[in-house]
Design a protein. Sequence first.
Length: 474
Amino acid sequence: MKKIIASTVILIGGISATFNASAQGNNQETECVRPANPYKMTSFDNDFSYLDQDCYTDSQDDFLTKAGDSLKRIDLGNVIMLDLGGEYRLRYHNENNGARRRIGGDNSYFLSRFQAYANLEINKNIRFYGEFLDASIFDEDLPPVGSDVNRHDLLNGFVDLNFDVEGTKIFVRAGRQEMTFGQRRQIAVNNWVNVRRAFDGVRAAISRDNLTLNVFSVNPRRVLADQADPTNDNRDFDGASIQYTASDQDIETYVYRLNQDDPLRTTYKIYTIGARYKGSVQDIMLEAEGAIQRGDFGTGDINAEFFVVGIGHQFKDVTWKPTIWAHYDYHSGDGDPTDGVNDTYFQLFPAAHAWMGLIDFTARQNLKSIRVRATVNPTKKLSIDTQLHKFNLAEARGAFFNASRVNVRQDPTGAAGTDLGMEFDITAKYRILQRAEILVGYSRFWGGNFIDATNPVGTNSNADFLYTHLRVNF
């Protein structure tokens, strides 16, 4: 019954919103600056400054946008402004043969995620921000995993200080916070999963002209499904980066230190030193990133590396404006588990879903990956995304890690080979209202020789993943 109710909510929401959106489509444009979507991946980056324009009118807006904007830029007097808002997402998953979680076993379920925030600004120099999260699962066939449930908890809660000293911008944030840097391969918001990642600590940035210095010192949040989430004092995460940005160039160098001192887990102190580039030359888009890792891991050392190169092209003058990308990723593995040196690249806090397949089957550890992606926009409201991935272990004797960096299987002899398999992903996203969308996706994984050889007897190596969600911002 719950599945029927939830499916009906998604369907009715899409149908009714589509009629409303159609009715709004005949309105004419105003001369005011109107962002296509002021809502960002992290709610504290949302930008509703367009509401401060004297020329702004909501005559073009649908009922949801009007309701949401009525909660923004509330003038409390004495240069104090208040924003209230949030997001609700309801998603259905149907996983055949484990798909996302494991090989073997089917699962279908609904994921519900509600976020609500309050943003208080004082003269644009001081800011108090708090965000509530409630993530739950229902009608599941298999037990939930850690990224499914986090009831009634604090996702973000911090104080910002912003100053401009003779053209140099200084920013300090203290408290619980989500973080994203670069192309999301090292540190990122994990927006796809139901429970989003957050840290407790301090970060700061100093910017002048095209240069920015970023520093942070934080501890990951420990997620407890039905209790308040405490700080994980056994893990320290610190870092610094220097970033140069221009109209068509983005260059950054960084160093991170991740330290774990936990008597119940493997102790380590890992230093990650790397650099990245993203830019364009005429119509060609280019991307590269690489890093080395050194330090201590358990009773031995860590000596690992990763790199990625990518090339893309956007056909701006072609109908549907297709964009294509090709990436090659390499993350080192441990070819000799007995030599006292861990050569496996240690995945930090990335958005794996953004790069390594939508089934979330693999981690950025002991992995070689080829990714080809193509996107098209048949209309202003509809976008279609297709991806094809080829996965191999970097070292046959090394472990195969899932997206949570858990060692799920290994052949110490190397006889099973390195062929993990291939994955195909396709998603279609339709904006039914200015701030509401429906997404439908399908993924297929074909297991390779390594999966075949290490599977339990009688287990199919292939997997399917079908999903859909309704997301609403307010």
